[in-house]
Design a protein around this ligand. Structure first.
Ligand SMILES: [Zn+2]
Length: 120
């Protein structure tokens, strides 16, 4: 099961970007999403697990709950944001490619019809 820590109140939740059932916090800024990912078992970059163990996460969670904020490494946060942008860019380009693949045949058919009409 996935484990994530609410970066605001230390509540344990199921997914890093889901709404916290205790403080209602939803990570929306890139930075908050990145921090939420770092404090979860979903923290993986290029298939390599970077996250903490479940025990460490629970420890961090109880510290946050006791008003001891977790000190994030700025470099890690930036790296996660960069990686997320890279990952997000892949489906977009695939979408465009798939779109072109579906659009190309009709365009070819239309140009053939156009040329046939034009030649007559
Ligand atoms: Zn919370």
């Amino acid at each position: 099961m996935m484990l994530a820590v609410c970066i605001k109140c230390g509540n344990i939740k199921r997914a890093p970007i889901s709404k916290c059932s205790v403080c209602n916090f939803i990570p929306q800024k890139d930075e908050d999403k990145a921090k939420s990912l770092i404090l979860s078992t979903a923290y993986e970059i290029d298939g390599e697990y970077r996250g903490k163990t479940e025990e460490e996460l629970r420890d961090v969670a109880s510290k946050i709950a006791n008003k001891q904020p977790f000190e994030f490494d700025d470099a890690n946060v930036r790296e996660v944001i960069k990686y997320a942008e890279k990952v997000l860019a892949i489906p977009t380009s695939r979408l465009i490619f798939d779109g072109l693949r579906w659009l190309l045949p009709p365009i070819l058919v239309l140009s053939v019809i156009y040329f046939l009409l034009f030649l007559k």
